[in-house]
Design a protein around this ligand. Structure first.
Ligand SMILES: [Zn+2]
Length: 477
């Protein structure tokens, strides 16, 4: 599905953190924390870097058939570290594969802790890139290559951490299961299969969302903990008409009908909604703000139904998406000749649906608001998976806070609801609470996921390794 890459382009992990927390990036926040000086074990650093470089060399784009080979490589790393070969299972799904590695805990009655990521990457063409996207190149302190961030960085850090823990003899209380999908960027068939297989899991940690933002000077700004995603959906509005010669106008005219319906939809606002996650987001944002936005957030937190506060916040694109379902016209097409009455006019309405709201209910609302039975509203594409936000569990918040504060004492940790779509939505849809907890801190200017010349700073490795070590030790109890 092509739309998924469009979603991500608009809401890349760190862009999302920075967009949500636009005020912080604008410099209102001056976090008085020192840049984390996580000095890791040099041997572990080298191993993690080696795994990342090797990972990039597998061209795991859709249709290239390289995911199984990449999975075999990751399996070899885990088996070398002491995992039983039978505990690392690679299964083919459609033309891709899943990898499931079982790190056995001491208490089999406890539900497993699932760690997820995706082995596939978005297409990258050699002629468009400065360097070969599938040859890992280290230059100026960066590892360049497709997937160096999304999502092979986290996969490499998690794999290196699990291998280290295994070698050291560490035993978790509950089973830790690494579950990697193979088509997250496209069909998500492998994701839906993994979610079905592990719907009994205690919770999911996903390295493909959340994460830290550094200022351009390299100072930590904020950490985003992703605990919910809006549902992405496109709807088509279609008006058809027998048409005719433009010298003999008839009523109604399909383009005019569509235009009037679009205008009504453009003026419509879906009802304001809130959940634990969005309220926590506003609560965490408040101390860093002053002026009208702070006043509006204060009133909103005192009463999330306050119409004035909702109106004030809805006028700000930084906050609008946190308050309600949004639907906007993104494409329009109509008519077939300059001198003919239009036989057809079609518009695309792109919606970001608040967690818990049904896609079909949004379709019905759009049809009602269009208020013309000749404007037919249909769901376009099949990728809309409804999922509710995950509860902000204390154990998860504590574990994330501990891991982040070990590197950046006192850094603000802000819960976030992204515009969609990661593997997590499939796990949330089957009832497993899922959290985007990437260990990567990056500058906004270093973010090129899905784009050209994707790169990750080598200096991010030690901190991310410490992050995963801490999270696993805290949550696998
Ligand atoms: Zn990703």
């Amino acid at each position: 599905m092509k739309f998924r890459s469009q979603i991500k382009l608009g809401s890349k992990r760190l862009h999302q953190v920075s967009a949500l927390i636009g005020f912080a990036v604008a410099g209102v926040l001056a976090a008085s924390v020192a840049v984390g000086s996580t000095r890791g074990d040099p041997a572990l650093h080298d191993q993690a870097l080696g795994i990342l470089q090797k990972s990039i060399s597998y061209r795991t784009v859709e249709g290239a058939g390289q995911v199984p080979a990449y999975a075999e490589y990751l399996k070899s790393v885990l088996v070398d570290a002491g995992f039983a070969p039978g505990d690392v299972v690679i299964e083919s799904v459609a033309d891709t594969a899943t990898l499931v590695a079982h790190y056995r805990g001491t208490d089999s009655k406890k539900k497993p802790l699932l760690v997820v990521g995706h082995m596939d990457v978005v297409e990258a063409r050699r002629e468009d890139w400065t360097r070969d996207p599938f040859t890992p190149v280290i230059e100026n302190g960066y590892v360049f290559g497709r997937g160096s961030v999304d999502n092979k960085f986290e996969i490499s850090m998690i794999t290196a951490t699990l291998a280290k823990l295994k070698r050291s003899g560490w035993k978790p209380k509950r089973d830790v299961i690494l579950a990697l999908s193979g088509d997250e960027e496209t069909q998500m068939v492998s994701t839906s299969k993994l979610a079905e297989q592990f719907k009994h899991a205690e919770l999911v940690l996903n390295g493909d969302a959340g994460g830290g933002l550094l200022s351009e000077e390299g100072q930590p700004v904020v950490y985003g903990l992703q605990a919910g995603e809006k549902t992405y959906a496109d709807f088509k509005l279609t008006v058809t008409n027998p048409g005719g010669h433009s010298s003999r106008p008839t009523q109604p005219n399909a383009i005019n009908q569509l235009a009037r319906a679009l205008d009504r939809i453009g003026q419509y606002q879906f009802p304001a909604m809130h959940n634990e996650l969005t309220l926590a987001y506003f609560r965490e944002s408040l101390p860093k703000l002053s002026g009208p936005a702070a006043a509006a957030i204060k009133s909103y937190l005192a009463n999330p139904e306050d119409p004035q506060a909702i109106a004030a916040l809805s006028a700000d694109p930084n906050y609008l998406g946190q308050l309600r379902t949004t639907c906007i016209a993104t494409q329009v097409e109509g008519g077939h000749a300059p001198n003919a009455l239009p036989q057809k006019a079609v518009a695309n309405i792109n919606c970001r649906i608040f967690p818990g709201v049904k896609v079909e209910d949004v379709r019905k609302t759009l049809a009602e608001v269009a208020a013309d039975p000749e404007v037919v509203v249909t769901l376009h594409g099949s990728g809309a998976i409804e999922s509710d936000a995950s509860p902000l569990r204390k154990d998860v918040l504590n574990a994330v806070t501990k891991a982040v504060h070990a590197r950046f004492p006192g850094l603000s940790i802000v819960p976030s609801m992204s515009a969609g779509a990661t593997d997590s939505m499939y796990f949330r849809a089957v009832g497993v609470p899922s959290y985007g907890v990437s260990g990567l801190f990056m500058k906004d200017s270093d973010e090129f996921s899905h784009g050209l010349n994707e790169r990750v700073p080598v200096s991010a490795i030690d901190g991310a390794l410490a992050h995963w070590d801490s999270l696993l030790r805290s949550l696998a109890r």
